[in-house]
Design a protein around this ligand. Structure first.
Ligand SMILES: [Zn+2]
Length: 281
């Protein structure tokens, strides 16, 4: 009696069938013998499946193999090709190293084998945008160097030295959403602030830099509304935009924008800003 490798329903079924047949051939395997012994090469879910079947409908070995292959075909091993390598993504739960290991395992199975430069090429294409952006310059380097750089990017992400692409996207979208919620003022926020300040409707607010200040703070900009606080300019100041929006929402000021021309068809061109805003109260 040949000693079979037992198939549990999870591995490559073609490999199992080949192995089984070659062992049976050694034992002078006829079709009836193949059918009789096949059961002995199964265990676990595969054996469970086998015992549940109606064996009376299997007249030939082919019938049995067909039923077996139909049921377990999802295990038929697909050898990765070059393109499929670019679709192996890093799971959020795995470290960069684990991901590289998994990716490289698949890359090793590609036929014909890849050169190192080709492997780097495909690996970069598989990376998510954050890693891709930081590693694309490594295109001419060795695979190991790329892996080392990837590890660094992972560290930077963890220590918040860099922002992930998806976080940047979310932030940008959030900013856009907020900006869309601001009523267009038809002139620059800086100008509007100057005029509202003259009318004593807005005064600069106390604003302090967070301590420690953000690493990427741009010290060349300062905001008049935030009493000269560095890092952003008056035009982009959220506090100012919010304050002006508040004045609009509470009807303290009325802004007439080119999109919403004033009802008297005021013929003055829009750059005559004094006509763009009226104090209601
Ligand atoms: Zn400000």
């Amino acid at each position: 009696m040949p000693k079979f490798d037992l198939y549990d329903g999870h591995r490559d079924l073609m490999a199992h069938l080949k192995g089984f047949c070659s062992k049976m051939r050694g034992a002078g395997g006829k079709e009836e013998l193949l059918m009789a012994y096949f059961r002995l090469s199964l265990r676990g879910t595969a054996l469970e499946w086998y015992t549940r079947q109606d064996h009376s409908i299997w007249y030939t070995w082919d019938d049995l193999v067909q039923a077996f292959a139909c049921h377990f075909q999802y295990n038929h091993e697909i050898v990765p090709d070059r393109l499929s390598l670019t679709k192996i993504e890093k799971k959020p739960s795995e470290s960069f190293r684990e991901y590289v290991f998994r990716w490289r395992e698949q890359a090793a199975r590609v036929d014909p084998p890849m050169k190192e430069s080709e492997m780097v090429d495909y690996f970069l294409q598989a990376l998510e945008p954050t890693y891709f952006g930081h590693l694309v310059s490594a295109i001419c380097k060795s695979f190991n160097e790329v892996v080392k750089m990837g590890g660094m990017v992972e560290e930077w992400l963890k220590s918040n030295k860099i922002m992930s692409y998806s976080a940047i996207k979310t932030t940008t979208q959030a900013i856009q959403n907020v900006e869309e919620n601001f009523h267009p003022v038809g002139e620059s926020y800086t100008n509007l602030f100057h005029r509202l300040r003259q009318l004593d409707m807005l005064r600069p607010i106390e604003s302090k830099l967070p301590n420690p200040p953000p690493k990427n703070l741009d010290y060349s900009m300062s905001c008049e509304y935030c009493s000269g606080t560095l890092g952003h300019d008056t035009e982009k100041c959220w506090h100012l935009k919010n304050a002006i929006q508040e004045l609009i929402d509470t009807n303290w000021i009325e802004v007439q924008t080119p999109e919403a021309p004033n009802i008297n068809q005021n013929p003055l061109p829009i750059h005559q800003e004094i006509n763009m805003i009226e104090t209601v109260h």
